[in-house]
Design a protein around this ligand. Structure first.
Ligand code: NAD
Length: 280
């Protein structure tokens, strides 16, 4: 594999671009318009600068990595990629539309992966003419820091697609767990309902946001509190994942907290909007 195409230059797409480029791969990073692509590349550039100042990479390596990332607002530029990763907004219609286009653009030998946090990999794969080349490659936020990639096989994913995806994850320095397709997969099935419960606790007035986070850090030894983690993930993405769990399992225990919905309606999306359960 030489060239990775990435659709979506938000926090995840940018992070995936950074780790691929620092591993020596060429990256084509796509988003809806030039400005969003530029913002993504600016974010990558400042993360690389921070990594240099902390001694995690050299200045030459950072410059080389940045030079390997090409931004584009036109999806057809992904024509030569060996593997395309869809990292667009967590919305099934958006993802299906992107995947249909990618299927027509990339070479028949190319693998198509999704970084969805919750949507069925089998369902998304069914949008492709050849679903055997489709797989879930679920990174964690912030991508340069978090070691894990969940690799999710859809019902139609081939062994060749699976093996090549595992090899790529290793090449970019990630550890993998292999997971069956199911709403939220493994990590988010456990993590996101816990965050949702923290929102219920806040909503019921049992404690303030700072106390809830402090409680889980000191009492459960979590490195970050659940509400601060929701802010990091993005409240829109957190709500989208809860909605998928609620709808697909059809169980009341997965109902999203009304306060979470209200925050999203208000445009309070967490770190990316400057305001969430905490202020940034
Ligand atoms: P984000 O809001 O930061 O970025 C999403 C980007 O997708 C935006 O820049 C948007 O303009 C772009 N986009 C939307 N439609 C597009 C299209 N048709 N073509 C090209 N680009 C398009 O969101 P994010 O946090 O980066 O999440 C992206 C995906 O990664 C989601 O599926 C999310 O569930 C998943 N994910 C998120 C996290 C997390 O912690 N935030 C972790 C793992 C996986």
């Amino acid at each position: 594999m030489q060239t990775i195409g990435i659709v979506g230059a938000g926090q995840m797409g940018s992070g995936i671009a950074l780790v691929c480029a620092t591993a020596g791969l060429n990256v084509i990073l796509n988003d809806l318009d030039e400005r969003t692509v530029e913002r993504g590349i600016e974010g990558i550039s400042s993360t690389l600068a921070r990594m240099v100042s902390k001694g995690k990479t050299t200045s030459d390596e950072a410059t080389g990595a940045l030079a390997r990332i090409k931004g584009c607002a036109v999806l057809t530029e992904l024509v030569e990629c060996d593997l395309a990763i869809e990292a667009a907004t967590e919305n099934v219609q958006v993802k299906e539309a992107v995947l249909r286009k990618l299927d027509a653009i990339v070479q028949p030998r190319a693998i198509i992966a999704t970084n969805t946090s919750s949507v069925s990999v089998t369902r998304l794969g069914a949008t492709l003419a050849d679903p055997s080349r489709f797989i879930g490659m679920h990174f964690f936020n912030p991508v340069p820091v978090m070691a894990l990639v969940e690799v999710i096989r859809g019902l139609q994913t081939s062994d060749a697609t699976f093996d090549a995806t595992i090899a790529l994850a290793k090449r970019i320095g990630k550890s993998t767990i292999c997971v069956k397709n199911s709403p939220g997969f493994v990590v988010n099935r456990i993590l996101i309902p816990m965050i949702n419960e923290a929102v219920f606790v806040l909503q019921e007035g049992l404690a303030g946001a700072a106390e809830i986070d402090e409680g889980m850090k000191l009492g459960a030894n979590h490195p970050i509190g659940p509400l601060a983690l929701a802010d990091l993930i993005g409240l829109d993405t957190t709500l989208a994942i809860m909605n998928v769990l609620y709808r697909d399992f059809n169980e009341p225990k997965y109902r999203p907290a009304p306060l979470l919905k209200e925050m999203v309606d208000a445009g309070y999306l967490g770190r990316k909007s400057g305001q969430g359960f905490h202020t940034y």
